[in-house]
Design a protein around this ligand. Structure first.
Ligand code: PEP
Ligand code: MN
Length: 332
């Protein structure tokens, strides 16, 4: 249940009411808003005189629901806008991980020449095996900072755990909460206190609803700039790395007010299939695509099999524009 309070209610009154309703209090566009669950008993007639409007929900998808905000939230990434009625698709490309200055520099030069505005590269890498490359950590963020200053690219980079969450929030243009970090409530809480754009990737064992619930943690913490990203779930299919759930993404597109990204690279896990899947993603009409491309994929330190050669990415990028034209979406 989302309750918009009337104007002019004092902080003390709002706090007392929030306590009675066991509600979370947030501010939105100058309004004081309380969010609670009907399991806490609902309004039951108390404080009716404080209330301007009530939105009732039968699930805990509330602030993110398209029944609450009919129009998609607009999120600004520096001077780039996505969401709303804009029909903009932000193509975020780049290597899986920051490996060296030289490797990131080659990537940045390539992307800039192609007119791409946002680069992805993880420096805190959540790896399944402890024996593989774990990322450069803080040193990698310094490399990315240097690249951002020199190439003017927006940087999308991930947070792995809460020990460095404030560092990544401070640094990134978009904070990526990875599939394995989706259920890390310390990360979600810290992201809620910031106003940076936060992109939450769906855990491969999580339902689309659980992904939206993770987004609700950030929204109810007071951060409006939340994006959800479908990147593939685990199914019985084992010829592909994961199964990209386009149906789930379409549910997110229509039933939530959150910008939606799709990640075909992790979805299929093999470079041969990324262009076909990326074009399918583009055809859905979403706010962003996340595509891995590396200057030398066969020697990449992580996700080597799925990263596109720059030349292949270039061809793909051209065709994505044509798919966008066909459905009325513009690549930004
Ligand atoms: C990534 O984007 O490189 C990544 C680790 O993604 P995910 O969290 O979806 O596995
Ligand atoms: Mn990766």
């Amino acid at each position: 249940m989302i309750i918009h309070l009337k104007e002019g209610i004092s902080t003390e009154q709002a706090d007392k009411f929030a306590e009675e309703l066991k509600a979370i209090k947030i501010a939105r566009e100058g309004k004081t808003i309380l969010v609670t669950t009907t399991e806490n008993g609902g309004l039951n007639g108390v404080g009716r005189d404080l209330v301007e409007k009530v939105y009732e929900f039968d699930t805990d998808i509330q602030l993110a629901s398209s029944d609450y905000l009919v129009t998609k939230r607009e999120v600004s990434i520096g001077n780039i806008q996505i969401g709303g009625h804009l029909n903009n698709t932000l193509v975020i490309a780049g290597p899986c991980a920051v490996e060296s200055l030289e490797q990131v520099e080659k990537s940045a030069q390539f992307l800039k020449d192609l007119g791409i505005s946002a680069m992805r590269a993880g420096s805190y890498k959540p790896r399944t095996s402890p024996y593989t490359f774990q990322g450069l950590g803080a040193k990698g963020l310094q490399i990315l900072d240097d690249i951002r200053n020199r190439y003017g690219l927006k940087i999308v980079t991930e947070v792995k755990d809460s020990t460095h969450v404030s560092e990544v929030i401070e640094f990134a243009d978009v904070v990526q909460v990875g599939a394995k970090a989706m259920f890390d409530y310390a990360i979600l809480e810290a992201c809620g206190k910031s106003n940076k754009p936060i992109m939450i990737k769906r855990g491969f064992g999580a339902t689309a609803e659980e992904l939206v619930q993770a987004a609700e943690f950030v929204l109810s913490g007071g951060n409006e700039n939340v994006i959800v990203c479908e990147r593939g779930i685990r199914t019985y299919e084992n010829k592909t790395r994961f199964t990209l759930d386009l149906s789930g993404a379409i549910y997110l597109k229509h039933k939530t007010n959150l910008p939606v990204f799709l990640d075909p690279s992790h979805g299929i896990g093999h470079a041969y299939g990324v262009p076909d899947l990326a074009r399918s993603c583009m055809a859905v009409g979403v706010e962003g695509l996340l595509i891995e491309t590396h200057p030398d994929p066969s020697n990449a330190l992580s996700d080597s099999s799925q990263q596109l050669h720059h030349e292949d990415f270039k061809v793909l990028h051209k065709s994505l524009k044509r798919v966008g034209d066909a459905i009325g979406y513009r690549i930004v």
